[in-house]
Design a protein around this ligand. Structure first.
Ligand code: KG4
Ligand code: ZN
Length: 337
């Protein structure tokens, strides 16, 4: 199967071509992006109407490049997959309309994809993972940490999952972006805050980690963001970079603590055989280190799937992969019956 996938849920326009022969045999032929960071930067966050306008302008350009490749290499697209939800409604609509029109013109089916399923499987876009067997993976835990979501799932297969719990308010990426803004960092604050935090040492500054000991899978980040706001308001003098880095470090520690604690709970509770990490915040190296340390010390038998940076943030390759994996898994299950 050769899938052309379209991603337009937020501020990245993406088009990808992914060829799949089996559940673990994929060839990413093309993965195109068009970022809108410069458009949204002056507003400190994504403006849905502007996002839709940018997708409308950029999507046909990316799709044209993909179709040219298909024509030149005499390939045949068999499926169109597009991000259907969740995301910004006006932005999603552009992708959906384009995908369905293209599918109609090519005379092939189009499939809606849950954006979060894309994040969950994004680590499998690494070529080294081609020799895996599904029997070694499930049950699995999936941790989605993005600008819009903070969730833990139980994965029964690539086509079947249960939500264990999620954030009650802000997503962790949103908290990184808002605290980044408070510290004077440009949008998106997440990666910049991580860089700043790396320059800061552990000090006496501490921030609360809400719901850390709630013994369930709920998260909360808005109180943490407010604590940083009050802490900054209480400062008498302008802050130097060293002090800002210490604050960033303390915030990052407080934000990651419940993520690690609840992932640990879920892995133990489900007797999981693997952990899938996904979402923009999965690019955070401190989070990756903490998960590796958890896996090494408490769950050495659990296989850890961490996406490459380029596949952690929004992209169309992960949408193609989520579709192909679910499609192939469902086909396999039908054959067994
Ligand atoms: O998954 P994504 O690209 O879009 C959504 O579906 O939300 O995630 C974007 C989020 C932003 O909040 C961004 O600041 C955050 O991921 N992010 C990071 C890092 N890289 C991206 N947060 C913390 N550390 C990073 N290195
Ligand atoms: Zn996303």
């Amino acid at each position: 199967m050769l899938t052309l996938a379209i991603e337009t849920s937020c501020d990245e326009t993406g088009v990808a071509l992914l060829k799949s022969k089996g559940v673990f045999s994929h060839d990413l032929l093309l993965n195109l992006f068009s970022s809108q960071v410069a458009t949204h930067d002056p507003f400190g966050g994504v403006v849905p109407r502007l996002a839709a306008r940018e997708h409308k302008a950029n999507l046909p350009l990316l799709a044209k490049k993909a179709l040219e490749k298909v024509r030149q290499e005499k390939l045949t697209i068999t499926h169109i997959a597009y991000t259907a939800y969740p995301g910004l409604e006006p932005a999603l609509l552009i992708g959906k309309t384009f995908a369905r029109t293209l599918a109609w013109a090519l005379g092939i089916p189009s499939y809606p994809v849950n954006h979060l399923d894309g994040h969950i499987v994004s680590a499998l876009l690494k070529t080294e993972n081609k020799k895996l067997k599904t029997g070694q993976l499930f049950p699995a835990v999936a941790l989605v940490v993005s600008g819009g979501h903070t969730q833990l799932y139980e994965l029964i297969s690539f086509a079947n999952k249960n939500l264990l719990g999620e954030t009650l308010d802000d997503a962790i990426g949103e908290a990184f972006d808002k605290v980044g803004r408070l510290l004077g960092l440009a949008y998106p604050g997440g990666p910049r805050l991580e860089t700043l935090a790396k320059q800061g040492a552990q000090t006496k500054i501490t921030f609360p980690s809400p719901l850390l000991r709630s013994h369930d899978y709920r998260f909360s980040f808005s109180g943490l963001k407010t604590s940083v706001l009050y802490f900054l308001k209480a400062q008498k003098k302008p802050l130097n970079v060293k002090y800002k880095a210490e604050i960033a470090h303390a915030f990052q520690e407080a934000a990651l603590k419940p993520i690690i604690e609840k992932t640990k709970q879920a892995l133990g509770h489900l007797g999981a055989r693997s952990l899938f990490l996904g979402g923009g915040v999965a690019a955070n190296e401190t989070l990756q280190e903490k998960l590796r340390a958890l896996s090494a010390s408490v769950f050495p038998g659990v296989t850890l799937f961490i996406p490459k940076k380029e596949f952690a943030t929004d992209n169309a390759a992960m949408i193609a992969l989520a579709h192909n994996l679910a499609f192939l898994t469902t086909q396999q299950a039908r054959r067994k019956k």
